[in-house]
Design a protein around this ligand. Structure first.
Ligand code: SF4
Length: 147
């Protein structure tokens, strides 16, 4: 049976910044017939729930991993270290459990795949992955966004 990493908030864990889980018919369908390993990079990286919303400033997840961009919350607190730590923990869990892919929450600065918010906190999207999605992709995993 195929094993996938699944954003914990998609599996019913209320770990989003606002203390809620996320419903996604796409995630339910994508996880069907697979072994899903729920994981939340932001809480694994040391952030509390609820927490201030954060966005990537000056780039995307790849830029954060390469030290060219930062993750900052809406009060200006730099949470880059926690996001990078959470991404590495997600990769470690994915490897340890034999995940070949991941179904991740769309648009999150950690889990977003293909599009994320642009750092303005105005709801504006830009192309790019979140920090965890970028790291998993760099290690050959198939990452998919669940809206
Ligand atoms: Fe969900 Fe990912 Fe955000 Fe955790 S980091 S709450 S798993 S979107």
């Amino acid at each position: 049976m195929e094993t996938i990493l699944l954003s914990a908030c998609l599996s019913g864990v209320p770990c989003r910044y606002d203390g809620r889980a996320k419903e996604s018919a796409f995630a339910t369908e994508a996880a069907e017939g697979k072994r899903a390993v729920p994981f939340c990079p932001e809480t694994a990286g040391g952030l509390a729930t609820p927490r201030r919303p954060a966005e990537i400033m000056g780039g995307d997840g790849d830029d954060v991993l390469d030290g060219r961009a930062r993750v900052v919350d809406d009060q200006g607190t730099d949470v880059t270290e926690e996001f990078v730590e959470g991404a590495h923990r997600a990769l470690a869990v994915a490897r340890r459990t034999g995940c070949t892919g991941a179904v991740l929450t769309a648009r999150s600065p950690s889990c977003g795949c293909g599009e994320i918010y642009d750092g303005s906190f105005d709801g504006v999207l830009r192309p790019g992955d979140g920090v965890t999605a970028a790291l998993l992709r760099r290690h050959g995993m198939d990452v998919r966004a669940a809206h």
